[in-house]
Design a binder for this molecule. Sequence first.
Ligand code: ATP
Ligand code: MG
Length: 415
Amino acid sequence: MDELRDLVEDAIKGSTVFEKSKVLTPDYIPKNLPHREKQIKELSINFREILSNPGSTSVRVVISGKTGTGKTVTTKKFGELFSAIAKEKGLKVVYTHINCHRQRTLYLMLVEIANQLNLQIPNRGLSSQETFKLIYDYLEKRNIQLIITLDEFDYFVSTSPVEDIYFLVRIYDELNALVKRIHYIFILRELTSLASLDKSIKDHVIKNVIEFPPYTSDELYDILMDRIVNEKAFREGAVLEETVRFISDIYGIDKGGSGNARLALETLELSGKIADTEGSLLVTIDHAKKANSKINPELSIILDTIRDLDLHQLLVVKAIMNLHKKEGDDFFPMGKVEEEYNIVAKDLGEIPRKHTQVFEYIRKLKLMGLITARQSGKGMRGRTTLISLSVPISEELDNLINNEIRDRLLQQKNY
Ligand SMILES: Nc1ncnc2c1ncn2[C@@H]1O[C@H](COP(=O)(O)OP(=O)(O)OP(=O)(O)O)[C@@H](O)[C@H]1O
Ligand SMILES: [Mg+2]
């Protein structure tokens, strides 16, 4: 008993390689963004008309780049700097950042924009049109220029009705406002995700494209060093230079890596944690190697997606996992998954959703890359759709899903 208490106390008191570990968290916006100066400059040039000639034009910019290339952080930084400079010039520019993955419907996106504007939306079930009108009137009354960044716009495009996409992209032009007040930044992983759109919408969106290439090893080195030295994530001298080099070389695009800064930063943070558990005052290559073997890139992206799922989508995933455990197979007919889903839902005191809704969940999970579907060969009863999880079913995944389900159920109760 006391031995364990001592262990906990020692660990709390114990040495650490970290100084300001919060600067390594994913949402932290650092002061510098090494190797994104060019993109920030391009953004500024695209938007400078708002300051020099406000109201004359509605700006649209597309940002495209693979995961972890700094699209989100760079755009937020730009928004922060740009609105501050506007303020110094006596102009009101408000920057709003919407994650389409979190605000999954047009209406929720509009409510979030209103929130970020500090505009109260009445709680009496307004339509998207009415909400948009409220926002627009608010901008007019206060003489505000609004920049709306639609982050993960690919997701919105792949899951929303065409009318909603059209509304979002075109409505403002159709208002024919004399003074232009609304400007857009669309963030996409792939430009090709717009391929399914109508030409008229596409032409509207794709105007100025700013590319975010994957980082090279030298670039990642600078990004990591900036967090270590300037942002003081670690105690001075705690991280060996060769460790930073090692991590940069794993992920640099020129060294066969993915060029993903998020994974490089995660690996650095985890290396520090491993050094702490081992009671080491230095973060060595050996720690980085251990960290690297723990970080499975594919998994870390998927795990992020899971945190955004609804309760019943999670239950569908759980149903597939249950079947896998029971039968050892990977692919299951849709009907079987639905049966298992009904059982899982009832066990948790939830009313199972109807067939069409379950079908819709499966379609969305497929779009998110969480499940894979294929047609069965022709059998006695004709073709059926077989589905499987796209990620290995591990204990970690199992725990995550169970925790998320528990959280959702608790949230419902507290509502
Ligand atoms: N040039 C940079 N300088 C400093 N930090 C960076 C830079 N680029 C990316 N990062 C950091 O790397 C992580 C990933 O960046 P970000 O979230 O902006 O990527 P993203 O392109 O939006 O990825 P995704 O497509 O997955 O959303 C963040 O922690 C961010 O702060
Ligand atoms: Mg992003």
